[in-house]
Design a protein around this ligand. Structure first.
Ligand SMILES: [Zn+2]
Length: 240
């Protein structure tokens, strides 16, 4: 195998790894913000619950005030009874008091419901607080892992890059520039295997006489269709 082909294949192996690692590193902030979503939702939920509790408390207070006014009114009306002169006045007045008392009873039912509502919402708010705490813990753990991944991968990437650049220097400049062009324009794949007369870069057939030449691995070949450097891997082909 010509030395250039050996270097090109090694270079492609490095660059494939480098592209993959860069992609993973670039995706880490996105992953972190995805993980943060349930936490943010829990935060929004707790704010909503707090508002719900506040408005339920206000409703309860309003009802209590209302009830107090009615109770005062009943006391006032009852105090008037002794000053009434006729039976007719008396019975009309009693009816009036009964009506107010019926309203009071309705309000009392409403107040009971409002109190139950406050209890229920308080419980829900506490639950939401618990969920928020759990989500916070979860995201902190996940973040720690991802940040460690980022550190490890960045270190690994640095070492890969230094090895790769050292290797790249040993390659003929013209070939290297062609390789870099291909890497950039052919989705990070500049050196590919051919097998069964097919280029694994573009998946098109290689002409039989060129294929026979490539199998010999005696000099550099490029795919006539996609332009990528091509090689035949005897070892891999035999393992099939
Ligand atoms: Zn091709």
């Amino acid at each position: 195998m010509p030395n250039e082909l050996k270097i090109l294949r090694e270079l492609q192996t490095y660059d494939t790894k480098i592209i993959k690692e860069r992609d993973i590193i670039d995706n880490i902030p996105k992953k972190i913000s995805e993980y943060e979503l349930p936490y943010k939702e829990a935060l929004m939920n707790i704010e909503k619950k707090k508002k719900d509790v506040e408005s339920a408390l206000k409703q309860k207070r309003d009802l209590e005030l209302n009830l107090k006014e009615i109770a005062d009114n009943i006391d006032k009306q009852k105090a008037r009874i002794t000053s009434l002169k006729t039976n007719r006045e008396y019975s009309t007045h009693i009816k009036e008091i009964e009506k107010i008392e019926a309203d009071k009873s309705k309000l009392e039912d409403k107040l009971l419901m409002a109190m139950e509502n406050v209890d229920k919402l308080n419980k829900e708010a506490k639950e939401a607080e618990k969920t928020l705490g759990l989500e916070k813990k979860k995201i902190e753990e996940k973040k720690k892992f991802l940040e460690q991944d980022q550190i490890d991968l960045t270190k690994d990437l640095k070492s890969l890059l230094s090895k790769r650049n050292k290797l790249a220097k040993t390659l003929d400049r013209t070939i290297y520039n062609q390789y870099m062009d291909l890497l950039e324009n052919k989705y990070g794949l500049a050196v590919v295997e051919v097998r069964d007369e097919v280029c694994h870069g573009c998946n098109l057939n290689i002409q039989p006489q060129i294929y026979a030449e490539v199998i010999k691995n005696e000099r550099l070949h490029r795919c006539l269709q996609c332009g990528r450097y091509i090689y035949y891997d005897h070892e891999a082909a035999n393992q099939k």
